[in-house]
Ligand binder design. Structure first.
Ligand SMILES: *[C@@H]1O[C@H](CO)[C@@H](O)[C@H](O)[C@H]1NC(C)=O
Ligand SMILES: *[C@@H]1O[C@H](CO)[C@@H](O)[C@H](O)[C@H]1NC(C)=O
Ligand SMILES: *[C@@H]1O[C@H](CO)[C@@H](O)[C@H](O)[C@H]1NC(C)=O
Ligand SMILES: [Zn+2]
Length: 323
């Protein structure tokens, strides 16, 4: 079942404010665990990072308008169980889009909103058939961003199959309810760019490309401290090829980390929003806890670095543009 939402209506909502959770003292409904079922980035993607890190075109964030804007066709897909049909409001969709635009503005990356569709399918909403869901809903080509907001996103048979077959998938921030023993929900996961995709690749070669997001993480959602829309920003960072700031989870000199020079080496993912954190005290710099590619809570998220912005632009040119 699909229902279109017209673009102009969404634009009229685009000034909607992000809703920030103020209840920092309140009991947390969810535990944000350190477990991450993420597969390692492919050797080819790591090679690309290595290449770009040695020939880095620095981005001047002082004048983002001087960089040509990268325009990305973007589709939102809201997928609900039959009893959660009203969970995602149009205002949440508009606020999420506004945050997406703002978060990437310094990189001169802009998301050209093409539309949103809504589906009601209990299996899809639970991430029970990722391939079929995306076969039905995915729009555009390999350079189009498709984001699936699923009301009951969880680790599933389908996810683990997909992950064992395609190493480009990541599963982020597994959370589990204190109140139930049911299968753990996921905040989100997304596909990294696949260097093997070229302009003659078929739809089937990249059908699972895109970001899967737990709908309750959208602005105004129900998950305390993770309901300002930061999860979508983080996952789209992966879509652009970025790795975690704590990639490799070690302070060793052999750890290549995220291949980004201006994010200090970090050995532990950040939970919540500490005042300060330094997981590699013998190395320069504090942990980039305000960086979108850490695991901090939404209230902690602020920005990407200059080198991350440049890397996303390089990845776009080599991995997705024209494909
Ligand atoms: C719901 O998902 C199942 C499993 O992928 C699929 O077979 C079915 O066609 C879907 N239903 C609708 C109405 O799209
Ligand atoms: C695209 O990729 C396919 C499969 O890897 C390859 O066979 C083909 O030669 C490539 N085409 C181009 C134009 O690079
Ligand atoms: C954009 O750049 C400005 C100036 O460096 C910085 O203050 C701001 O936090 C950045 N915003 C984002 C979302 O990266
Ligand atoms: Zn991640």
């Amino acid at each position: 079942m699909h229902r279109g939402l017209c673009y102009s209506f969404l634009l009229s909502l685009s000034s909607a404010l992000l809703i920030h959770d103020q209840d920092r003292q309140g009991p947390s409904q969810f535990l944000h665990s350190e477990i991450c079922g993420t597969n390692a980035p492919s050797a080819a993607l790591k090679d690309a990072h290595q290449r770009f890190s040695s020939s880095l075109q620095r981005v001047m964030t002082e004048s983002p308008e001087s960089l040509p804007t990268i325009e990305i066709e973007t589709w939102f897909h809201v997928v609900s169980t039959s009893d959660q049909v009203n969970l995602v409001t149009n205002e949440m969709i508009a606020s999420q889009y506004v945050y997406l635009q703002r978060a990437y503005a310094n990189a001169s990356i802009s998301y050209n909103f093409m539309g949103v569709d809504r589906s009601i399918n209990d299996t899809w909403a639970r991430n029970g058939d990722d391939r079929e869901m995306k076969r039905a809903l995915r729009r555009g080509t390999y350079n189009s961003l498709n984001i699936y907001f699923q009301t009951d996103l969880q680790v599933s048979e389908s996810t683990s199959n997909v992950n064992s077959r395609h190493t480009k998938h990541r599963i982020d921030g597994i959370i589990s309810s204190r109140d139930s023993q049911s299968s753990p929900n996921l905040l989100g996961f997304c596909s990294l760019p696949d260097p093997k995709i070229n302009s003659s690749s078929s739809f089937d070669d990249y059908i699972t490309d895109g970001c899967n997001i737990l709908a309750a993480t959208m602005p105004g959602g129900s998950i305390s401290h993770y309901n300002s829309g930061g999860t979508a920003i983080h996952e789209v960072g992966h879509w652009h090829g970025l790795l975690h700031t704590f990639q490799g989870e070690s302070c060793a000199s052999t750890n290549e980390g995220d291949y980004i020079a201006d994010t200090p080496q970090q050995s532990v993912a950040t939970e919540g929003c500490p005042a300060i954190k330094d997981s590699c005290p013998n190395l320069p710099g504090l942990d980039a806890i305000h960086n979108f590619m850490d695991y901090s809570s939404d209230d902690c998220y602020q920005s990407f670095t200059n080198d991350q912005a440049a890397r996303m632009r390089n990845m776009w040119s080599s991995m997705r543009e024209g494909k």
